[in-house]
Design a protein around this ligand. Structure first.
Ligand code: SF4
Length: 350
């Protein structure tokens, strides 16, 4: 199969089976395309659609996103994970307002310099919004190309990635770039799936080296395994006399940066920790069953403990970083997934 057969077959397949009515495909406005591309990083289309629709309804253009507070942006992202994406999107909206007069740039290098946008995302946005020819290499495309040419090695390694970029560049056609870009993403998502690829339905089957070898799932190779370390934390769900819950904003960088969470106690003696660190006296309930949250680089074992504030006049003052959160009248703020789940459980106890 020649290089041009690759794109021709893919485009023919896209004509019959590709996705053409996704909400961000309705126009060539780069803003919704950009939002969708960021949401789709590491996340499936079916998960993204409701988040995308709510996000665009609340922040219909770059100016409204740039004007919003980070808390509200994170609130609309809560549950999608990888929150650095939301923080970068928000920051980038500010950059577009300040440095590009509110117009999303159309130069590849300018797009790529925006926070949170790498070469593949920049290429996809400019292909969809402006018909520019750029190769893309997201996770789905890496999988298709690694299998098609039986590229060994983990794509996180620089030489493997360089090789995949060269293949992506080689197969990207000069025309019908929007359709081709969507086609290769769709093929990876729906046919050349991570598990059980549907090779019999694949338009690239006759030229696919991994299929010829009889073991497509061997490509791409996974990240070399190493055991993830386990960290442990106690989350204190402190109620005041009105049933409100004490929440603190996490530091902007690092895990769950900028999201709201419970005070995290690292001492065995949670009562003493509350006294020394928060200046309050509490009565602890027995711990709830612990939860495990797995990040890419470690497991976090969370022990939730509910606690009742004993002081009638808490010394804790509300400010930018600390609130007493009303479970029956929740406002818009961003939570990490386990915190959101625990708040739900607390609300059911009201
Ligand atoms: S033939 Fe199978 S392994 Fe090869 S690209 Fe198609 S679906 Fe993927």
């Amino acid at each position: 199969m020649t290089d041009s057969d690759f794109s021709r077959r893919l485009l023919a397949w896209y004509g019959r089976h590709g996705r053409k009515d996704l909400p961000w495909q309705a126009s060539r406005d780069p803003y919704p395309i950009w939002v969708s591309e960021i949401m789709l990083q590491q996340t499936q289309v079916s998960t993204v659609i409701p988040y995308f629709e709510r996000f665009i309804e609340r922040f219909p253009d770059i100016a409204s996103l740039a004007r919003a507070g980070q808390d509200e942006v994170l609130h609309y992202w809560t549950g999608l994970g990888y929150y650095a994406r939301a923080r970068n999107l928000h920051r980038a909206a500010g950059v577009v307002m300040e440095e590009h007069g509110g117009h999303f740039p159309s130069e590849f290098e300018q797009v790529r310099q925006l926070p949170g946008i790498g070469a593949s995302t920049a290429g996809a946005i400019l292909a969809f919004a402006d018909g520019q020819r750029h190769a893309i290499l997201d996770g789905n495309v890496k999988r298709v190309l690694a299998r098609y040419r039986a590229v060994s090695g983990w794509p996180g390694q620089r030489e493997v990635e360089t090789r995949l970029w060269a293949l992506a560049e080689r197969y990207t056609p000069k025309r019908r770039i929007e359709e081709y870009t969507q086609a290769i993403m769709d093929l990876g998502a729906t046919v050349c799936r991570r598990g059980k690829p549907a090779c019999d339905a694949c338009p690239l089957a006759t030229g696919c080296e991994a299929r010829r070898q009889g073991n497509p799932e061997a490509y791409p190779e996974p990240r070399p395994r190493k055991t993830l370390p386990v960290k442990a934390v106690t989350m204190l769900m402190i109620r005041d006399h009105n049933g409100r819950i004490l929440l603190q904003r996490r530091p902007p960088a690092g895990v769950w940066g900028g999201l709201w969470g419970f005070p995290e106690c690292t001492w065995e003696d949670a009562t003493g920790w509350c006294h020394d660190r928060l200046g309050i006296e509490v009565r602890l309930d027995p711990p709830w069953p612990s939860l495990r949250h797995t990040f890419s680089h470690f497991h976090l074992d969370i022990t939730p403990i509910a606690a009742q504030l004993l002081r009638t006049r808490p010394r804790i003052m509300e400010n930018e970083e600390t609130v007493w959160y009303n479970l029956s009248r929740p406002d818009a703020r961003g939570f990490a997934a386990p915190v959101k789940r625990l708040l739900e459980q607390l609300r059911k106890q009201l």
